[in-house]
Design a binder for this molecule. Sequence first.
Ligand code: FE2
Length: 407
Amino acid sequence: MARGDSALEALGGRLAATRRLTLDLAAPLSDADATIQPHPDASPAKWHLAHTTWFFETFILRDHVPGYELYDESWPFLFNSYYEGEGERHARPRRGMLSRPTLDEVRGWRATVDEALQSALPNLPPETLKLVELGIQHEQQHQELFLTDILATFAENPLEPPYGLADISRDAAEPLGWIAGRSGLVEIGAGSGFAFDCERPRHQALLHPHRIASRCVTNGEWQEFTADGGYSTPALWLSEGWDWVQSEQVERPLYWHDDGTHFTLGGRREIDPAAPVAHISYYEADAFARWAGARLPTEAEWEDAFASSDPTIGHQLDRAGSVEPKPGGGPFGDVWQWTQSAFLPYPGFKPEAGTVGEYNGKFMCGQFVLKGASCATPRGHSRASYRNFFPPSARWQFTGVRLARDS
Ligand SMILES: [Fe+2]
């Protein structure tokens, strides 16, 4: 077999496995579960199934497979997320109003698109195969969003239905250590291999003397912060963060209740003090760091510290089911870690050509970078140069904090 054939076979295999995992994630859901939208930032599960299919149908099949006819000409309007180059689209906050197409109809679309993709693969030129890779990586991102959005959906229901069996760990928290970071000029950003456009080009960054925590902040440490009046001490908060705490009446991480329990994908559970805290905003992470006499790391500090750690090790998503941050993980897994770095273009940044150039670059305003991976990140998706990003008030993702200090 020629080298090109085995690479193509591997790509086809990863495409099939990725598409399969999304279906498996949706398997426990009713059409109603998959249709409702808990808040404007989250999307219905059915929408994720459809939108990832739209991405492949539009940017591969429609654009690069002669004679391909759209499965349904009216659906691209419903399932384009934010690509202005693809024209008008359904309003994001109203995605939960789409009772049609049904979940089964969306599954039918997926099957047709999957079949067309697999038969087109051998004839696609290398540039288009790169778009297939982008489609796989895109779908993996939506698998994580699928889980965080279904958590938000079930959290809205007073019956508190579990999405899956509880993923229980009884490990103790590791002792907190401080790793001496390098200082001086280092290089960050993606080298060879797949990376999103925003991770390039690789470039120099200047690090000042610092230390970075050996693990993330735990629920137990967060309970100390809460008991010490962390949420009612304005001096700990950024001005914008304090306004947010007041206006949203925030007293604890999202999904925490005042009786020592929290809502998880496995249903309502006791909070495990040894597990990494999750579902906190940038504002909360920053206030906690100030309370602890520390600060958030910069993205360059984080990336340099963990550039040689294996990004495939840790508590990440391996199969469909309930996930939860657990003690004992490494830098990749459990929770994405807020950095103090704004999501901005690297020196010499060039967006991808064409409409997919809207993927990252146009969001480089008002968002902060998170590093690592979470328990909902498909294993193999992340790497040290990965730049996840969210606005500072977002906390429905598995977001946590790893502290840093000047030294
Ligand atoms: Fe998307």
